[in-house]
Write a protein that binds this ligand. Structure first.
Ligand SMILES: *Cc1c(COP(=O)(O)O)cnc(C)c1O
Length: 364
């Protein structure tokens, strides 16, 4: 049997599944709804053209590390850049979780549990409260009991709420044996920034990405803010030369134009409020408050609602398979016209919002 060659913990994992859809209104991956300006792309391409493609990039992208350190008021030796923050989640699990314990909450970003499974960590998933609040007492217990890695997304995903800083601090106070990761992928949308808190704990790490607020998911750049001591260890778990010239050039170009992100944040926040308000008017829809660029909401028949939105050309994400998220769907905040199309389609899915429609034949 050929699969005998593969470790049991790998075989036991279900492959990460994502079904790309062709419908035009794409609100399923929390991406930026607008692409980067053509003028910026041209500048980046010109710089990439003039770089040497035959040469290795620097071992780590030092110029970018320095720029990020300036942005955050951080020691440049504590900035670790990688090709996507997913890769850093893996590196953190390799460095701190492998053969030990990985503590996180449920539901949350699936990559934490997935990497724990892949790397034979003992996975402890503490259920969030009924309103997706942090189970502070249980988390304190789970982190105090062993060594390994702790992952908390704040703002949270897929629930979109912001956990109070006091609660995070209380957990960090008990997590001395853990590499404690605060994943701030959605921080700019709130806005929220826990770097000052993280700086007070030598074992804490703030995780950031260029995929969401920066609008560069296709480029694959993420980074961690850590102490220099921890950063040295994390770099050992990353592959050498893994950030290419193109990635470094784009990230630097984006840091040169902070107004691009700030303008996008203003629009996302106002559209987020508009969407939440309109969705709350609908019978059968329960909206979970969000500070991010997506909204989690509950309906009676999530499968039928998803299907009816698809028929209107709108793609959103089902989350009803997640623990504590029965009936839940997630929509990304899109461009204003996309949000209008989503709201129109949602309104016309009326019957599926309030009751199971499968039995009586679906669409209305
Ligand atoms: C989208 C997202 C990321 C970003 O991952 P990248 O690999 O940098 O694209 C990280 N954490 C959470 C919680 C996310 O939702």
């Amino acid at each position: 049997m050929v699969l005998m060659s593969i470790r049991n913990s790998v075989r036991a994992l279900e492959a990460y599944r994502f079904t790309p859809r062709l419908e035009p209104i794409k609100l399923d991956q929390n991406e930026s709804f607008d692409d980067l300006p053509a003028s910026l792309k041209e500048r980046v391409l010109a710089e990439f053209m003039s770089s040497a493609w035959n040469r290795y990039p620097p071992l780590t992208p030092q110029l970018l590390e320095r720029r990020l350190a300036e942005k955050h008021g951080w020691d440049p030796d504590g900035v670790v850049v990688s090709n996507g923050s997913n890769v850093l989640i893996q590196a953190i699990t390799v460095a701190a979780g492998l053969g030990r314990r990985v503590v996180t909450v449920a539901p949350t970003f699936s990559v934490y549990a997935y990497q724990a499974g892949l790397l034979d960590a003992e996975l402890v998933e503490v259920p969030l409260g009924a309103a997706f609040e942090l189970p502070v007492a249980q988390l304190k217990q789970a982190v105090a009991a062993g060594s390994g890695a702790l992952f908390i997304a704040n703002p949270a995903a897929p629930s979109g709420n912001l956990h109070p800083e006091d609660e995070i601090r209380e957990i960090l106070d008990h997590a001395g044996g853990m590499l404690a990761v605060i994943d701030e992928a959605y921080g700019d949308f709130a806005p929220s920034d826990l770097s000052a808190l993280v700086a007070r704990y030598p074992n804490a790490v703030s995780l950031r990405t260029f995929s969401k607020a920066f609008g560069a998911a296709g480029v694959r750049v993420g980074y961690a803010l850590a102490t220099p001591e921890v950063a040295v260890e994390l770099r050992k778990a990353l592959l050498p030369f893994s950030v290419n010239n193109f990635q470094a050039i784009i990230a630097m170009a984006l840091l040169d134009e902070p107004q691009l992100v700030e303008e996008r944040m203003v629009l996302v926040r106002s559209e987020r409020e508009r969407l939440q308000q309109a969705m709350r008017q609908l019978d059968g829809v329960t909206v979970h408050p969000s500070v991010t660029n997506f909204i989690l909401f509950r309906v009676a028949d999530p499968a039928a609602v998803t299907e009816q939105l698809l028929n209107s050309g709108v793609v959103i994400r089902r989350q009803d398979h997640l623990p504590g998220a029965a009936g839940c769907l997630r929509v990304s905040v899109g461009a204003p016209a996309e949000n209008d199309a989503f709201l129109t389609a949602l309104r016309s899915a009326k019957a599926a919002l309030v009751g199971a429609t499968r039995a009586i034949g679906g669409r209305t």
